[in-house]
Design a protein around this ligand. Structure first.
Ligand SMILES: *[C@@H]1O[C@H](CO)[C@@H](O)[C@H](O)[C@H]1NC(C)=O
Ligand SMILES: *[C@@H]1O[C@H](CO)[C@@H](O)[C@H](O)[C@H]1NC(C)=O
Ligand SMILES: *[C@@H]1O[C@H](CO)[C@@H](O)[C@H](O)[C@H]1NC(C)=O
Ligand SMILES: *[C@@H]1O[C@H](CO)[C@@H](O)[C@H](O)[C@H]1NC(C)=O
Ligand SMILES: *[C@@H]1O[C@H](CO)[C@@H](O)[C@H](O)[C@H]1NC(C)=O
Ligand SMILES: *[C@@H]1O[C@H](CO)[C@@H](O)[C@H](O)[C@H]1NC(C)=O
Ligand SMILES: *[C@@H]1O[C@H](CO)[C@@H](O)[C@H](O)[C@H]1NC(C)=O
Ligand SMILES: *[C@@H]1O[C@H](CO)[C@@H](O)[C@H](O)[C@H]1NC(C)=O
Length: 389
């Protein structure tokens, strides 16, 4: 194994050309920092034109591995995409690369072929529109995007198109909406469910991201499929809000993009990005790894993301990935070891919390993110390590 380490220093950064390569594994080391965010504490008059929201005056603070995504997360999907399998796991003590550390236990499972659907709830934004919160979540019907009256399993081979989305939560209902409740404050007219807990958590996916077959029409995110995690509080208040005070996203409660097409120019490159204030003040662009995983336009992709007890967040694709009820640490390590190429970025521990708040709060909104020149500026705060195997 040839290890190429590029430690980027402030002064030399602008002259360094970052390697951009296709790999099968993307890893952030040292994910998690000492920081905080502002949860939503009130949603007022949500169907009036005077709709408004309020963030807590006191920030929720956090520190340690994988923060703030050690909190409960929801799992989001954008088309063109077909989901064949999904599984969520927790572990106690898994350390990336250590075969003797914690094994993984499956807590949720969806398998389109067998029809299995355990501990998952599919929601989609087919509800009522609010001028400050946007469209409300509802149960998704079996097509993933229409409204259903109750929790419904996604039909086999369901293709969602460009810019269509659904989200998976657990099947555990939230208690009452309240600042001290188990899910915090949430939009009153949605089916509210818990997300996936755990500092050490893992999600596995078998999916297709087929090429968009229709010519471009008036749609955002044309041919830009993605799978990503949000702090579960975000979609329960407002994922695409028109008001910065209606979501904790802007203040840094966390988003982790696992497999994401960033723009139509690079429509076969799946990037991973963290959106919080670890090592960056630019939450819109976040911190991405400059290498990418190739999108298979015609085949099926299998892979996942694991978060270990040291703050290693690892994204991979490998056809060795299995969705068993129990997965040994050594198996997850062997999937990672089996890849041909990998890229690792070590995050700085520093928090660069935002000073400015714009009027919009838009996790994964609109036209993708602009990466230059702010991408390079962001990288100044990070020490970048590139591994070439
Ligand atoms: C469902 O998932 C949640 C969160 O991962 C977990 O707390 C719960 O125990 C799971 N339920 C079952 C029946 O496994
Ligand atoms: C949640 O999922 C688990 C596992 O499939 C199941 O045993 C349980 O009955 C479900 N609970 C609800 C409320 O649907
Ligand atoms: C929802 O309302 C907002 C603001 O009033 C508006 O900009 C948006 O187009 C509406 N969305 C839909 C799908 O009607
Ligand atoms: C994929 O779809 C895009 C948009 O329709 C098109 O421009 C491109 O040529 C297609 N690529 C392949 C390999 O078919
Ligand atoms: C958000 O809340 C702050 C503090 O209460 C307030 O000053 C600001 O005007 C609010 N922003 C919007 C868009 O409502
Ligand atoms: C597309 O996204 C990649 C990755 O973020 C970026 O490097 C590239 O500059 C973007 N291209 C365009 C045309 O925006
Ligand atoms: C993985 O297996 C699927 C079929 O399950 C296939 O479509 C795909 O091409 C395979 N990927 C690789 C990299 O071998
Ligand atoms: C993990 O699983 C392996 C294989 O099933 C087993 O041998 C090992 O004892 C387990 N380790 C722990 C810490 O439970």
């Amino acid at each position: 194994m040839l290890k190429v380490v590029a430690s980027l220093l402030l002064a030399s950064l602008s002259s360094v050309v970052l390697a951009k390569d296709a790999v099968e594994l993307l890893q952030f080391e040292n994910f998690g920092y000492s920081g905080g965010y502002s949860p939503v504490v009130a949603l007022n008059d949500i169907y009036s034109d005077d709709c408004s929201c309020q963030l807590a005056s006191q920030r929720t603070t956090f520190s340690g591995a994988n923060t703030p995504l050690n909190e409960e997360v929801s799992v989001h999907f954008r088309g063109p995409l077909v989901l064949n399998k999904f599984a969520s796991y927790v572990s106690s003590g898994y350390v990336y690369g250590d075969d003797n550390s914690g094994n993984w236990t499956r807590l949720s499972y969806y398998d389109a072929d067998s029809g299995a659907s355990e501990n998952v709830t599919f929601l989609t934004r087919a509800g009522r529109n609010s001028s400050c919160l946007g469209l409300g979540l509802t149960f998704a019907d079996e097509d993933g995007v229409s409204q259903a009256d109750s929790s419904t399993v996604l039909a086999k081979d369901t293709l969602i198109n460009s810019n269509q989305e659904y989200v998976i939560f657990t099947n555990i209902s939230c208690g009452s909406s309240s600042t001290t409740g188990d899910c915090g404050v949430y939009r009153p007219d949605i089916p509210a469910y818990h997300g996936f807990y755990g500092t050490e958590k893992m999600f596995l996916f078998e999916f297709q991201m087929p090429n968009e077959t229709h010519s471009p029409w008036d749609v955002a995110n044309y041919n830009m499929p993605a799978i990503w995690l949000l702090n579960a509080q975000i979609p329960r208040t407002a994922q695409y809000s028109n008001n910065v005070n209606c979501s904790c996203w802007r203040s840094g409660c966390g988003e982790f993009d696992i497999f994401e097409i960033m723009n139509q120019t690079e429509y076969t490159h799946l990037y991973s990005t963290i959106h919080d204030y670890q090592g960056t003040g630019e939450i819109e662009s976040g911190l991405a790894i400059s290498s990418y995983i190739e999108r298979d336009l015609t085949g099926t992709m299998v892979g996942g993301v694991s978060f270990d007890s040291n703050g290693d967040a690892t994204v991979w694709v490998s056809n060795s990935t299995s969705f068993d009820e129990q997965v040994a640490a050594k198996d997850v390590n062997s999937w990672a070891k089996g890849v041909k190429e990998a890229a690792t970025t070590t995050l700085a521990s520093a928090s660069l919390a935002s000073s400015t708040a714009s009027s919009k709060s838009s996790p994964k909104k609109g036209d993708g993110y602009a990466y230059t020149p702010s991408f390079l500026v962001n990288m100044i705060a990070a020490v970048l390590t590139i591994w070439v195997i």
